[in-house]
Design a protein. Structure first.
Length: 146
């Protein structure tokens, strides 16, 4: 069941990422299915950690950092080692080897929140997982005073 859930999340993320690329730049590459699937799987995993309590304000920077790390690693392999030239951020400010840049990391910060929410809905719809409450700020813990 866990493998099926991971495959469903990965596939949905890969398809969504490819579709977003087609909408954004009118084209995509098959490698983006795998990059997007991995990013979506990581977002879903981070969102499931009890440490953050589902607070998207705390999770979103981790999502963006994870997506940027996947993008950098896959960019080095896909674009630099294999020479496929799927993307090149060399012309954008604050880029690293043309594979990642600060403007796109900021975009991932904002896009990761709806991605996390859609992963929650997907797991609820396909696998009957309870839908966690939507939190943008941490839940305040109250203690009883004696």
């Amino acid at each position: 069941m866990r493998l099926l859930k991971s495959a469903a999340i990965f596939s949905f993320g890969g398809l969504a990422y490819g579709l977003a690329e087609i909408i954004w730049r009118d084209e995509t590459h098959i490698s983006m299915f795998f990059v997007g699937g991995l990013c979506y799987l990581i977002i879903s995993a981070i969102d499931s950690l009890p440490f953050f309590g589902g607070c998207l304000l705390f999770e979103a920077p981790l999502f963006a950092l994870a997506i940027t790390a996947v993008e950098f690693t896959s960019g080095v392999v896909i674009n630099l080692w294999l020479g496929l030239g799927v993307w090149d951020y060399s012309e954008l400010p604050l880029n690293l080897l043309g594979q990642i840049c600060l403007p796109f990391s900021a975009i991932w910060l904002w896009l990761s929140v709806p991605a996390a929410m859609s992963a929650r809905l997907l797991k609820n719809y396909l696998f009957g997982e309870p839908l966690p409450p939507l939190r943008f700020i941490p839940r305040k813990k109250y203690t009883a005073e004696v």
